[in-house]
Design a binder for this molecule. Structure first.
Ligand code: IMP
Length: 424
């Protein structure tokens, strides 16, 4: 059985916890898109693990973790994560594989990300400044890209870095009047990356296909969420990878038809970090209530997340383009205490109602949400083990969302711990 877990909103849906739970039944966990912009949080027995590059399944011993071709790898972050887990006696030796074709995020990518965002002022995207956009831009541009495989031939890499850094410095000086960076310093860092990472670098596509042929069970783990997908999200306020379910095949070289189940993850409300349209945003006391109760501050950047009501139009779109089989609804407990809860069932655009998400920001800017209002509940949910343990109003809320998004909600999160999860 192979499954793919993917976010159906603007990221931060609680995928880390779902992946960690489902990884128990998997032999291999695969991270296939994005980079250190992601922040997956897993809480085990009160211990909080915040992972950015390692697959969330890496906390379970014996699971093979794979970082595939479409991930942009920041070796500084990756090595720090490997070290942090080692300190907790979780070793990745002989169970971490990194694609030789994955691109490397270097210091000049982070610098470029920061300089560009600063220069854009109010028009900035609100990136995580992890060098994601510049690294993917170099990948698509080809001439100045560095892949993990390049760490194998340091002599060649040294010459190549001279050319790349010379080019980057011209841009830094001309566009941003910024200090140059040193090619030698970047190269020295690459030498140390090579020392530590070469044992992990391999052909992950071959590994995955051989594993599938041998009947291994694989969990594919998407980072960010469908609405941040470079091709299908709310462009230009998106990340630079295919973060919808559609990105899985390209991201690791395994066709979607080899995956038995696509599981979408949502929160019982919506959040977004960074700029861009957000039709159900509640920039008011409701949004603040959700932010405080749900600890809605970025795992990667610590920024307060924008909060709003559940948007069934956006989620239905993500379900449709991702052929999602079932949904995990997380953070239900965060809504406890609200007297009334809204669910956006349609948008009104130019006086006409639509339930199909307009993934073009000019049309989206004209959309106003049409809400269905349901009564809330006051009972704490942390101890609920079964759907029938939930307050009647919470059950009705879930059933209504199911009707709107037209897929079953089979997993419900009622707290941060592994055990605070209801399976239906
Ligand atoms: P970038 O991926 O750092 O280029 O940022 C582009 C946009 O995606 C910004 O709005 C970020 O806040 C958002 N973003 C990137 N990664 C995540 C994530 O893991 N969760 C939520 N938002 C993210």
């Amino acid at each position: 059985m192979n499954s793919c877990i993917v976010g159906l909103q603007w990221g931060d849906e609680g995928k880390g916890k779902v992946i960690d739970i489902l990884a128990e039944h998997s032999d291999i966990v695969v991270r296939y898109n994005g980079g250190a912009n992601a922040g997956h949080t897993v809480v085990i027995d009160g211990n909080k693990f915040a992972l950015h590059l390692l697959p969330s399944g890496s906390i379970r011993p014996n699971i093979v973790c794979v970082i595939t071709n479409a991930v942009v790898v920041d070796p500084d972050t990756l090595l720090k994560e490997i070290e942090t887990l080692a300190q907790k006696n979780i070793t990745l030796t002989k169970r971490l594989l990194i694609s030789e074709n994955a691109h490397v995020v270097l210091d000049y990518h982070k610098k470029e990300d920061q300089l560009r965002e600063e220069s854009l002022g109010k028009d900035k995207i609100g990136t995580t400044i992890r060098g994601i956009g510049p690294c993917y831009a170099d990948k698509v541009g080809r001439s100045y890209a560095v892949r993990m495989a390049d760490l194998r031939d340091l002599k060649k890499l040294k010459a190549r870095l001279q050319t790349i850094v010379e080019y980057k410095n011209k841009i830094f000086a001309a566009l941003y009047n910024a200090e140059p960076i040193s090619a030698d310093e970047i190269f020295d860092k690459c030498k140390s990356y090579a020392d530590k990472l070469l044992p992990f670098i391999t052909d992950t596509t071959e590994f995955l296909h051989k594993s599938i042929a041998n009947g291994k069970s694989i969990l594919f783990e998407g980072a960010q969420g469908t609405m941040l997908d470079i091709d299908h999200g709310t462009f230009p306020y998106v990340t630079s990878s295919n973060s919808s379910a559609l990105g899985m095949s390209i991201g690791c070289g395994v066709p979607a038809k080899m995956v038995d189940k696509f599981i979408g993850v949502v929160k019982a409300y919506t959040t977004r970090v960074g700029a861009g349209p957000f039709p159900t945003e509640q920039d008011n006391e409701v949004g603040q209530y959700i932010r405080d109760k749900g600890h809605e501050y970025g795992t990667t950047t610590g920024r307060p997340r924008r909060c709003g009501w559940f948007d069934a139009v956006a989620v239905s779109y993500a379900v449709t383009i991702g052929a999602i089989d079932s949904v995990a609804l997380m953070h239900l407990d965060t809504l406890t205490g609200l007297k009334k809860i809204n669910i956006c069932r349609a948008y009104k655009i130019n006086g006409k109602e639509t339930t199909f998400f307009p993934a073009n920001i000019d049309r989206l800017a004209q959309a106003s949400p049409v809400y269905e209002t349901v009564p809330g509940w006051d009972d704490a949910l942390a101890e609920a083990n079964d759907f029938n343990d939930l307050p009647a109003n919470a059950q009705s809320f879930i059933r209504l969302i199911e009707e709107m998004i037209k897929v079953p909600i089979t997993i419900i999160g009622v707290g941060p711990e592994r055990k605070q999860t209801i399976f239906r």
